[in-house]
Design a binder for this molecule. Structure first.
Ligand code: HH2
Length: 281
C-alpha cells in the first residue's frame, strides 16, 4: 500500500522504508542523553545520520523515558530551535519530537517539516497548529504520561485498543482539516506497555497498517529489547534493535525511528534486496 507522506516541502515516497534518525538534545535521554546536548554535537550527529542515509532527523528537547518529568516549553524550545533551524536551512527533512504546541509551532516556523507528538495530538492546541500548517504529523499512542506510564499498564486487547485510539486521533485531525496524506501512525513501543504488549504490537502490526496510514515504529534500544536479551546497556542493543526494525518492516511499517542509522540502512537494504533482487544495477 505504499504511497507518499506529505511533510511540508518534502514529499516522501513510501516505496522504500524511510529511516528517521534520532537526535536528542537532552541531558537525560535513556540511551543518548548528554551526547548531543551541545548544539554543535547535535548538528554533527545529524549530519552523519543524513550522510548515512537518514531520510529524516527527529530532534527532541525533552526525554519521555519512563519516569521522566516535563521540561518547561521555553527551555525545550531553546534546546531544539538552533538545531532545527540549521538543519532545515541545509534542506534536511526535520521532525520535532514534542508534546508542546508552542515548541512545535516555533520549530515549524523555523523549517521543521514533521511534528512528532508522543501524546498523539490529544491537546486541542496541537490539533489547531496541525490544521494551520502543512507539516507531516506522527500520531503516537501513549497510555498515561511518561512519569507514571509503566505502572502496571493493562489492556484487554492491546492491538485493538491502540488501533482504535490512533484511528480516533487521526479522524480528529482530518475533521480539523488536515490532509490524510500528512498523517502517520505509531503504536508507541514502550509508552505504557509491558514487554508482552510491545511484542504483541510488533507481531500484529499489520492490524495497525490496515488502518490505511503509513506506520512508524520506534523500537530502537528500548528496554523490552534488554528484557528479551539480557543486555542492560541501551547502546549495546544494536542487534536487537535491527531485528525489531526488520520485523516491523516485514509487517508493513513504512518508517523506522532509530539511533543507529548506518547499520539500519544496511540491514534494510539487504532485506529489500533479498525480497526484490538487485533490479537493473
Ligand atoms: N520513542 C521515544 C521518543 N519519541 N516518538 C515516536 N514517534 N515513536 C517512538 O517510539 C518514540 C518517540 C523514546 O526514545 P528516545 O527519544 O531515544 O528517548 P528519550 O525519550 O529518553 O529521549
Amino acid at each position: 500500500m505504499p504511497g507518499v507522506w506529505r511533510c511540508g516541502a518534502h514529499l516522501l515516497s513510501l516505496d522504500r522504508t524511510l529511516v528517521m534518525g534520532i537526535v536528542n538534545i537532552t541531558p537525560d535521554s535513556f540511551s543518548d542523553g548528554g551526547v548531543n546536548f551541545d548544539p554543535r554535537s547535535a548538528l554533527l550527529s545529524a549530519g552523519a545520520m543524513v550522510a548515512a542515509g537518514a531520510d529524516l532527523v527527529d530532534v527532541g528537547g525533552e526525554s519521555t523515558r519512563p519516569g521522566s518529568g516535563e521540561v518547561p516549553a521555553a527551555e525545550e524550545l531553546a534546546r531544539v530551535l538552533p538545531v532545527v533551524r540549521d538543519l532545515a536551512a541545509r534542506g534536511v527533512a526535520v521532525s520535532v519530537d514534542t508534546r508542546h504546541a508552542t515548541v512545535a509551532a516555533g520549530c515549524v516556523k523555523a523549517g521543521a517539516t514533521v511534528i512528532n507528538d508522543v501524546s498523539g495530538f490529544s491537546d486541542p492546541a496541537m490539533r489547531a497548529l496541525a490544521a494551520s500548517c502543512d507539516a507531516g504529523l506522527v500520531v503516537m499512542h501513549m497510555r498515561g504520561e511518561p512519569r507514571t506510564m509503566q505502572d502496571e499498564p493493562h489492556y484487554d486487547d492491546v492491538v485493538a485498543e491502540v488501533a482504535a485510539l490512533l484511528l480516533a486521533q487521526a479522524e480528529l485531525l482530518v475533521a480539523a482539516g488536515v490532509d490524510r496524506e500528512r498523517i502517520a501512525l505509531d503504536p508507541g513501543i514502550g509508552f505504557g506497555k509491558t514487554t508482552a504488549h510491545n511484542l504483541e504490537l510488533l507481531r500484529r502490526l499489520d492490524e495497525i497498517v490496515a488502518l490505511g496510514y503509513p506506520v512508524l515504529v520506534g523500537a530502537s534500544r528500548k528496554r523490552f529489547l534488554g528484557e528479551i536479551t539480557g543486555v542492560a546497556e541501551p547502546r549495546e542493543r544494536l542487534a536487537g534493535s535491527i531485528a525489531a526494525a526488520l520485523a516491523a518492516v516485514e509487517r508493513g511499517a513504512g518508517i523506522v525511528r532509530v539511533h543507529d542509522v548506518a547499520e539500519t540502512v544496511q540491514a534494510l537494504a539487504t532485506a529489500r534486496a533479498v525480497r526484490d533482487g538487485m533490479g537493473e544495477r
